[in-house]
Design a protein around this ligand. Sequence first.
Ligand code: UD1
Length: 343
Amino acid sequence: MSKVLVTGGTGYIGSHTVVELINEGFEVVIVDNLSNSNVEVLNGIEKITGVRPVFENIDCVDYVAMDNMMDKYGEIDAIIHFAASKAVGESVEKPLLYYRNNLVSLINLLQLMPVHKIKNFVFSSSCTVYGQPDILPVTENAPIKPALSPYGNTKQIGEEIIRDTIYANPTNYQSIILRYFNPIGAHASAEIGELPNGVPNNLLPFVTQTAIGIRKQLQVFGNDYDTPDGSCIRDYIHVVDLAKAHVVAVKRMLTGKSKDSLEIFNLGTGRGLSVLEIIKTFEEVNQVKVPYKIVSRREGDIEKVWADPTFANEVLGWKAVETVEETLRSAWAWELNLAKLRN
Ligand code: UD1
């Protein structure tokens, strides 16, 4: 049985990926410092899979603790590195926190990999590296634009650190960088989902929390963009589809199918939806109202971006299959289940 170390494994995308890894027969070791997640996520994972993954409460910035942890678990076949801070606004206020968390943890892992004979590395990147693309849908060959926030910069620099490291040591490393578009939704069981600390920054948790009455009103950031209804367009992808891509990526490296020691794939659906379309569809499929008002634009927002997923479809052999309706239903089912758990 192959063993995968998942950093950030109690987080939103991490927990869904752990479920898919276990379903596919992998042994999982989770490392997470619980800075933006809850240890109870392990109960949800166990309910879904029947397996409680090993969990270590460690900050990836702590080199010695990571070194000891790797000693403890012996042979690790691959690392999926999710652990990172991801709030764009906060990163503008606390740039050093973001550079330290996101870059030191990455450097630690890359340094420790050859020490522990770990070759395979999957990195969570973001479509934010494209900025506002000149051509849509955006392919992996689109130019990287100057980052609009320290968070975005950590993803760009992270990709460069990986590229340089592999270039210098091509026999020691093999990596797949996955550029996520906008993951939303939750596992069909509603046992795990997105659970941001405090007031959500991202659209979907704000939508579900408004629908259930935790927030009074959703603010739609701008309706004067150059889009059909004036609101921003994104490529929203079901988090389970996204999670499955990680399993495909790990298997690809373990079975020697990678065409290069570094490969980069867009993970999106290829379909762009506006903020107003998301709200309307959410209301329709769930038969619930989402009170909202249009406010001014949010600083740093991209007007429109959606993926060309052809490369991932054809070369990685992975495709997003969930409909947006099902995805929005799953997001609401998770919010309803959370309300039950709270009471
Ligand atoms: C942002 C980052 C992305 C990062 C992700 C992780 C940018 C350009 N992108 O994605 O790199 O990986 O966060 O957290 O910074 N919206 C509202 N009202 C709200 C919340 C959002 O109208 O209360 C709108 C936004 O203006 C945007 C869309 O919903 O048009 C999606 O926003 P969000 O979920 O925050 O994701 P991104 O900004 O696309």
